[in-house]
Design a protein around this ligand. Structure first.
Ligand code: SF4
Length: 201
């Protein structure tokens, strides 16, 4: 039988896995800019529970990435940031590269989807912001580890900056046009004004 004192354990887990809503409109994270921009805005406004993929990634980063750095050298969790100015305001674009070793950024993904353009956008941006010429994605699935490496692509970085500006505008309630994925599969569809609007048309 569950005792009242046991329930505190469950509450603590829920507290640890919950991210409070935030009103920060001055910072856009690189990870905000690789998906539908409205998703990042809704996540921030409403708070959210850490997903299984995020939790798995955090634990695996602590266990694997730091041990790899101990073996081969390099610096983990390297902060990157740049101030972005646009026609409606300015903000700091910020992020953390998993591992920087020599001239390369290594971004680790613990996922069942080894190839995903979002990973390229993210790692490419870290490399550009750190002034490095290349990056590698290390995609770890339950079956196999994939490695793919690319030279930096300024055009792709420009795409990420455009997305970041859209996120910043939406955070400040400026209307923008943006492309998004399949809204029916989105966890925010019930609170998303864009989705609501499209259903009324
Ligand atoms: S419902 Fe569609 S537009 Fe809204 S956040 Fe999700 S993907 Fe983006």
């Amino acid at each position: 039988m569950v005792r009242a004192s046991d329930i505190r354990i469950r509450e603590l887990v829920d507290e640890m896995l919950y991210r409070e809503p935030s009103d920060d409109r001055d910072t856009v994270y690189v990870t905000d800019c690789v998906d539908c921009p409205m998703k990042s805005v809704l996540k921030r406004r409403n708070g959210h529970r850490v997903t299984r993929e995020m939790l798995y990634g955090t634990v695996m980063h602590d266990v694997i990435v730091s041990r790899i750095a101990e073996k081969v050298g390099g610096e983990t969790e390297v902060p990157v940031s740049v101030r972005v100015v646009h026609e409606d305001g300015q903000f700091t674009l910020s992020g953390r590269a998993d591992l920087v070793r020599g001239d390369t950024v290594y971004e680790f993904k613990f996922t069942e989807k080894p190839v995903d353009r979002r990973y390229l956008l993210q790692a490419n941006a870290y490399a550009v912001l750190l002034g490095l010429p290349r990056y590698c994605i290390v995609a770890v699935t339950s079956r196999k580890t994939y490695l793919y490496c690319r030279d930096v692509d300024e055009e792709m970085y420009g795409e990420l900056i455009e997305n970041a500006i859209k996120v910043h505008k939406l955070l400040n309630n400026v209307k923008v046009n943006f492309s998004h994925g399949d809204c029916r599969k989105c966890e925010y569809k019930n609170v998303c004004p864009v989705h609501r609007q499209s259903r009324l048309l």
